[in-house]
Design a protein. Sequence first.
Lengths: 294, 294, 303, 303
Amino acid sequence: MAIATDKPSGVAHIEGLDEATTALMVCVVARELRDGQVVAFGLHADAMLSAAMLAQQLHAPNLRIRHGLRAERGMVFGAAAWTDRRDDDSWRRVEYLEAHDAILRAANPASPMRFCDVFFVGGMQIDREGSTNLIGLKGADGRLAVRGPGSIGTTSIGTFAADVILFSPEHSPRRFVETVDFVSVPGWKRRAAVGLEGGPRLCVTSKAVMDFEDGRMRLRSVHAGSTIDEVVAATGFPLLLANDIPTTPVPSDAERQALAALAGSDSTAGDPAVTDPTRGDSTATDPTSGDFGA
Amino acid sequence: MAIATDKPSGVAHIEGLDEATTALMVCVVARELRDGQVVAFGLHADAMLSAAMLAQQLHAPNLRIRHGLRAERGMVFGAAAWTDRRDDDSWRRVEYLEAHDAILRAANPASPMRFCDVFFVGGMQIDREGSTNLIGLKGADGRLAVRGPGSIGTTSIGTFAADVILFSPEHSPRRFVETVDFVSVPGWKRRAAVGLEGGPRLCVTSKAVMDFEDGRMRLRSVHAGSTIDEVVAATGFPLLLANDIPTTPVPSDAERQALAALAGSDSTAGDPAVTDPTRGDSTATDPTSGDFGA
Amino acid sequence: MTKARQDRTIDIAAAVEQVADGMTVGLSGFSYQNPPMAIVRQIIRRGLRDLTLVSGPTAGIETDLLIGAGCVRRVVAAGVALERIAGIAPAFRYHAERGDVEVWECDECIWYVALKAGAWGVPYLLWRGGVGTSLPELNTELEEVEENGGRYLRVPAIRPDIVFLHAAEADPFGNVRACRQAYLGRSFAERALAEACNGAVICTVESIVANERVVAEPEWTLLHGALVAQAPWGAHPGGVSGRYVPDLEHIRAYARAATELRTGNDGPYRRYLEAFIHEATDHDGYLRAVGDHELRSLRIEAA
Amino acid sequence: MTKARQDRTIDIAAAVEQVADGMTVGLSGFSYQNPPMAIVRQIIRRGLRDLTLVSGPTAGIETDLLIGAGCVRRVVAAGVALERIAGIAPAFRYHAERGDVEVWECDECIWYVALKAGAWGVPYLLWRGGVGTSLPELNTELEEVEENGGRYLRVPAIRPDIVFLHAAEADPFGNVRACRQAYLGRSFAERALAEACNGAVICTVESIVANERVVAEPEWTLLHGALVAQAPWGAHPGGVSGRYVPDLEHIRAYARAATELRTGNDGPYRRYLEAFIHEATDHDGYLRAVGDHELRSLRIEAA
C-alpha cells in the first residue's frame, strides 16, 4: 500500500503503514479541519494529532485540540498524557488543564468551553451509513462471539460531535461491512431515527477518502498507488461513486515543510511489536484472528 | 442578656452579644462536636468556626471543617474566603481545595469525602419541630409578604446532614414560632413524611440550649443570667421541659485557655454598623422591621 | 504561520450589545467577590428589560442593582444579600415584595443541579435536597416526584443565553485565569455557568496577560473560549481576590439608598443611578466618579 | 492538644481484608497509569470471587488480571485494553467470550454519569450519549426513554462498596496528592469513584509525606478522607506519573501468557499467577520477583 512520493519526515508513525501513506492521510485530515473548531481524539491517535497541528500551522490558527497524549493550544483532559517508556510533560505546554470528566461537557456543543466540534472514531467495523463498532462481533447465533475492547469514549462524544471523521488505516471488506454487528457510534440513518444532529462527514483510509451522500458512504478520492476498482473491491458494501474521483492530492510543499517542522517537536515511536485496533490509527488486520490482542 | 463571668478573649464577635455570652455559646457547640465528624457552616459563621476549632483543640483532633471564611484542617469550598477589608489567605493553611460545587457532595454522606456530618443553620423563623425559614414571611393573605434572603446553601445540605444544629443568638417569640411560614430546611415531622434521615439535634441561643424529644423542641439548659420562665416566655410555642434543667456550664479553664490561644489566630471583626440575619451567628432583631436589610 | 490567531478581546459596550431584552443572563459573583459590575452598569445604561438573571449561586450587589434599575423580570439565585451590610438585599427585597420580580426559589445545590442539567443537555435531573420544603410550592418548575420509592425534586435545566464573568486576568485568546496569589475566584460558579451556556461567555478582567504566562501555568486557567474585555476595577464596589477588597463604604451608601425604596422614597436610589451610571457614561467615567483615592485604598498589596 | 490526630495508615493485607466476595469494587487506573496493582494481587491471593469491578473509565491490566485470576463476575468499564500491546485485553476477551464475566457495556461518559448518580444519591440520571447504539440492548440496566420529545438513556446509579486507588503520595491523615512534577494522575477518575463510594476509600501510595507539605500546597491534594497504605512500586507493571513508566516488557509477557488462554493452554497464565502472586506472598515478595534492576530502569528522574 506504499505510495510513491518523497518521504516526509516528522509524521506520526502508524503501525504497518509507510511514512508516505501516513503523511498523506495526515494531510487529508488536516485539510478538512476548519479554523476555530475544537477537535478531539483518543489516546494513541498520533496521526490525528499530527493532522490537527498541521492544520493549526497552515490554515487554522484558532483550532483547539483535545488529546490525551499531547496537546497544543489545548488541554490534557485528565489522564492520558504519557506514552510507553516516556513520561510525557506536554501538560506544561498547554493552555488549560481539566479533569477527565470534562468529557461530559461533550453534551453541550453550544458552550464556548465545548468539548469538541470534530471527533475522530475508529472501529473494528464501519458500515455504509458510518456506524462504528468497538463492542464485538456476532457469532452464527447472533450473539456476541468476539469480544471487542468496548466503546471507550466514542459513544457519547460521537453522539454530540457535529462532525465525526472516521479514520481507518485498514481498508478491507472485513472492516467495511454492510451493517455493523453492534453499534458504538450511530451513523446517519440511526442518528435520524433518534433525532441526533451531526454525524460522520468523512472516512479516511490508507487507500482512499470517502464522504457521505444522503447518509451513504461515497468514494471521493483514491490515493496514488490504489485504483477505484481496488477500493471498491476492498469495501464490503456497494460504495457510492462521486461524479469525479480524482487522485488524492499528495502533500504540498507547504504541508511537507510544516510536517518537517513538526518533527522538531516530540514525536511518538509506536511499539513495533504491537498494534492497537481500538483507535483510529490502528492497522490491526483481523479482529477475529489471534494476531492482535497479544 | 449579658452573663456574669470573666471575659474570655479570642472568641468571634457576634453582633449585639457580649463576649461572655458568645464564648458560652461557642463552648456549648464545641462540646457537641464529636471526633471524626465533618462540620460545615456558612460565610459569616465566625462563632461556629471558633466552636469547631475549639473542639479540634480539646477533644476532636480529627474534626474536619468546611468553612467559607477560614478553614483549618479542612477546605475552602470555592468562593468565600475573604472578609470585609481583609483579603483572606486561609487557603494557604488548609489541606485541600475544592470548587464551590463540591457542595453537591452533600448528597453522599457515606463517602469519606462527604461534605459534612454536622451542619449549622439559622433562620428568620425556627419552629417547634426544628424547621427553619430563610425564604420570607407570610402576610395576612397567606402569601409571601416579607421577602427573606433565600435559602442559600441550607436546604440541600440540611437535607443530607445527619446532625443539624440550629444556632440563633436571638431568642424571641418572633424567631421561635409554632410553624414557620415557609420551610427552608425541614424539621423532624416534615422529614419523616418524606423519608429523610437525620435532622435537628440541638438549638443554641443566647439564653438557652434546646434539644429534641420525639421531634419536638425541649429545653435542656438555661444560661446563667436567664431563667426557665424567661426562656419559655421568649419562645413562641410550648417548649417541652427536660426533667432536670441545669444552668449551662460556663466555660471551663481548659476551654477558656483554648479560646485564648485561638485568639492568636486571625479573628474577624464584624462590621459594627450592620447585621446579617441570614446566618447562624446573626442577632437581627426584627425581620419585619427596617433595622436590618440596610 | 500564515494566519494570525484570533484576538478575542472586545470592549464593554460591544459585549453588552450582545444582550437583548428578555434574555437569560448568567452573572459571576459570590456575594461581594468578582461581580461583573462594569457590565452590569452598561446593561443599565442600555435600559435592557425583562432579563432573567442566573446569579450567584449567592448573589449580591450585581443582582440588586440590576433589579433596582428595572432590568430584571426573574432571578435565579439561592440568596441575594449584601453580607453584613444588608442580610436581605434591599432592592431585591423591595421589588420581590411588590411582585415586580419573580424569584426562582432554590438553594445553592439546586442552582448547580439546574446548570448541570443545562450543560449535560438533559431536560431535568433528579435531586433529593428540597423535598419536604416550600421550594416546590414557591417554584412551580421544581416538581416533587416519587422514584424507586424515594422522593426527589425534578430540577429543570437552565441554560443562559449569555454569561458575563469578572476575573483577575485573561490572555487575548480567551483563557481566563485566577489571580496567582489567591485561591479565591479560582473555583466559583464560573465554570458551571460557562458549561451550561448556550451562547457567548464574556469575561471582564483586571488585566490582560500574555499567552506565554497562561501556557507556563496552565493549572491556573479557570476557563477557556471566552471573549475578553479589559475592565480594571471592573468588579467595584465588589472585590477581586488578590487584587482589591470590596468597597464597603460604597456598598453601605448604596444600601442606604436602596433601603429608602421601601419607605416610598426613591430619590436616593435614582440619584445613585444618575451619579454612578447614567452621568458616568462609561466605565472610565464610573471610575472617575468613584475617585482615584478611594480606589487606591482598596488595593491589596502583593504578598 | 489532649488527643492525637488519628493516623489513617493501614497495611495492604488489612486493606484487602475489608473486601468480601460479591462486593462492588472501584479501582483507579487509566490504562497503564496508576492501577492499584499491589491491592489487586492481594485480592487474588485471598481468592475473592464474584466481584463487580468499576474500573477505569478505561481499564487495563488491573482488570484483566483480576478477571484472569477468576475473581470477577462483572466489569463496569468503557474499555479494557493493554494499549498497543493488546487492543483487547486478553483475559477479559477470553472470559467475556466464554460468558464467565458479564460486561456492563458503557462508554466513558456513561461510566461517569452512573457514578455521578451514585454520588448525588439519585436512582438514575438522564444522558443522551448512547441513544441509537447497541448499549441499551447489551446492557439491560440502560433504558432508552423519551422525555420532553427527546430520547435519552436512563443511567442507573453505581455506588462502589469500597474503592482502591494508587497515587504518588499521601500524608498519614488521608490527604492524597498527585506527584508535584506531573500533571498526570491529578485528575483521573479517582474523585468520581471516591464521591460515589458507600464505604472506605483506600489509597496505596509510593511514599507517605508530611502533613506540612500537604498544607503548604493544598492545590495538589486530589482527595481527602482516604485510608493510606504505603506500597512503593504499587502500580507496577503500570506506571505512576512523575515516578516511573509502565513496564512494557512485563506487560507484554503477561499478555502473551493471557493470549494463550484462548488456545486452550492455561499453563502460561497459571505460571504467571504462581510466580508473581502466589509464590510472592506479599508485595515485597512481588518486588523481589520482578527484580530490583528491572524496577530501577523504569524510574523517572526528577526534571
